[in-house]
Design a protein around this ligand. Structure first.
Ligand SMILES: Cc1cc2nc3c(=O)[nH]c(=O)nc-3n(C[C@H](O)[C@H](O)[C@H](O)COP(=O)(O)OP(=O)(O)OC[C@H]3O[C@@H](n4cnc5c(N)ncnc54)[C@H](O)[C@@H]3O)c2cc1C
Length: 498
């Protein structure tokens, strides 16, 4: 059996390692192996692993933040397998931080009702996970190819039988696992690396798979924004007591939500956007300087150094922060066994929509999701499972004729930032879709297949955001400020059959 894994983050490498126990495996990554969202993770990975915690409590916290759209079955699978996932990462060599007694150290983060976030190297969790996985991958019997972008999936008689690369090579496989990560880099301001352009969603959609809830994009509230880059200031800082201030130096979150700075991300990001608008400012302030400087340097070495490199000292005073595109809750529909609706095609990690995050992801649940569901996807491959059933509900369709495109990366990213960003309106979304239409008519930039894929995922996000005439979770419609009971359902999208 030959298994093709696309992506070298936590979901992809974990899947490749497990699949190599029973199959020949090829792993493709369009950049360097470590150029992933996984590598950038700071805060940690959530799991109910102590006697004081319980997977059911973890599930309740997850469902509460998911704003009515979590799939309870997926959430149960996620949280119940937390302890196993941590055991697997320990076995792979991830050195999670421990307290003086040698017990795994647990932090508190927004929306978690108890400390349950494991971290490594202080706020360097992603670096530690990525490098442990890469060490294992180097020892494993896996054909690893970097700098190779998949631009199309190969479908024969309705079954996925391989993929085509930007070098126009077709790699045939008995099973293809998409682990292509997020879509933050469709936006100008993002915490993601530039390669996080939602390719997997577009690849699967073009292959006929159902895509679910693409409109739900999480904007991380606290990014230190400079020019075109956004450096993440981990939520864990707020967990330790950092406060958000307006331009007069006053706290504003306590008036917005009972959990103040630890309210769900969408609530914090939206309150910050409103405060920035009122103050006519590009940012608000985050202050953690009342905590001990040595503690801050030890607990948050990455944030401390990263901010310092950008001219800000977190131990000395408030720093300017603004929301940035961060995490894609929507994605390729999968059941809890990682199966898409196309036979032979599996998906795991951020590119998948398992239903575990609903309309709003809880901090530190995505690394857990990547481990749990990539492992389950490999079990499906091992047992030669069929495709998932088409989920129930009305399915929106989109035509790809003419082919979706964009004149340049910068125009695509500007359009997404300005018109499909954190606060959305009917007018802006229609404008964005009009741009996509005009670009398509002009043929887009078909010389760049990656840009074509990105434009398709962007268009799916905009179309779904236009359809959802309500505010829910991370999806804020200024013209529909309340949640609508009629919209307490997923949005489902599939390629229109000509
Ligand atoms: C700054 C930051 C901090 C975060 N902190 C946390 C945290 O503390 N806790 C938490 O749970 N989550 C966190 N997240 C989210 C979490 O890191 C990601 O959701 C998770 O790592 C995704 O893993 P993945 O394996 O699905 O994708 P990734 O790790 O992003 O890997 C995607 C891979 O797919 C490859 N790829 C993409 N398209 C193609 C293509 N067309 N062809 C070939 N290869 C392709 C890429 O090159 C890459 O190798 C954070 C994210 C960011 C950006």
């Amino acid at each position: 059996m030959h298994v093709l894994v696309i992506g070298s983050g936590l979901a992809g490498i974990n899947a490749a390692l497990l699949a190599s126990e029973f199959a020949d495996v090829t792993l493709l990554s369009k950049s360097e192996l470590q150029d992933t969202n996984t590598q950038r993770a700071q805060g940690g990975i959530a799991a109910a692993i102590t006697a004081l915690d319980d997977p059911r409590l973890h599930a309740e916290d997850t469902i509460r933040a998911g704003a009515g759209l979590c799939d309870p079955v997926a959430v149960r699978a996620l949280t119940a397998e937390g302890a196993n996932a941590i055991e697997r990462l320990l076995k792979l060599g991830v050195n999670f931080d421990r307290d003086r007694d040698g017990e795994l150290s647990l932090a508190t983060e927004g929306a978690h009702s108890t400390p349950r976030v494991l971290h490594a190297g202080g706020d360097q969790t992603g670096v530690h996970i990525q490098s442990a996985l890469m060490r294992r991958l180097a020892e494993a019997n896996v054909d690893v190819r970097t700098g190779v972008a998949v631009t199309d999936l190969t479908i024969e008689a309705g079954r996925c039988v391989g993929a085509t690369t930007d070098g126009r090579e077709t790699i045939l496989a008995d099973a293809v696992i998409l682990a292509t990560g997020g879509a933050g880099a469709l936006y100008r301001t993002t915490t993601n690396p530039a390669n996080a352009t939602g390719d997997g969603v577009a690849l699967a959609f073009r292959a006929g798979a159902v895509v679910r809830d693409p409109e739900f994009v999480q904007f991380h509230p606290t990014a230190l924004v400079s020019e075109d880059s956004a450096f993440l200031i981990s939520e864990a800082l707020r967990g330790e007591g950092a406060v958000l201030l307006n331009s007069d130096g006053d706290r504003f979150m306590a008036d917005v939500h009972p959990d103040a700075e630890l309210a769900p991300r969408s609530v914090v990001a939206q309150a910050m956007t409103e405060t920035m608008r009122r103050d006519d400012s590009e940012h608000v302030l985050l202050d953690v300087s009342h905590l001990d400087s040595d503690f801050l340097r030890e607990r948050f070495p990455g944030v401390y150094r990263g901010a310092l490199q950008r001219g800000h000292d977190i131990t000395a005073g408030p720093i300017p922060v603004a929301p940035a595109a961060h995490y894609h809750m929507g994605g390729i529909y999968t059941d809890i066994d990682g199966r898409t609706t196309v036979q032979g095609l599996f998906a795991a990690g951020e590119c998948a929509s398992t239903g575990a995050h609903g309309a709003n992801r809880v901090a530190s649940n995505s690394l857990l999701e990547a481990v749990v569901f990539s492992s389950r996807a490999v079990e499906s491959v091992r047992s030669n499972a069929n495709q998932a059933d088409i989920p129930e509900g009305e399915i929106g369709t989109l035509r790809l004729n003419p082919i979706c495109g964009a004149p340049s990366w910068s125009s695509l990213r500007r359009t997404m930032n300005d018109l499909v960003g954190i606060s959305r309106t009917d007018r802006d979304l229609r404008n964005a879709i009009e741009h996509f239409g005009e670009w398509s008519e002009r043929g887009g930039d078909q010389a760049d297949p990656s840009l074509t894929l990105a434009a398709l995922t962007a268009r799916l996000i905009a179309e779904a955001a236009l359809q959802r005439t309500e505010t829910r979770g991370s999806h804020l419609r200024l013209d529909y400020p309340d949640a609508s009971p009629a919209w307490q359902r997923h949005s489902l999208w599939q390629l229109a059959r000509e």
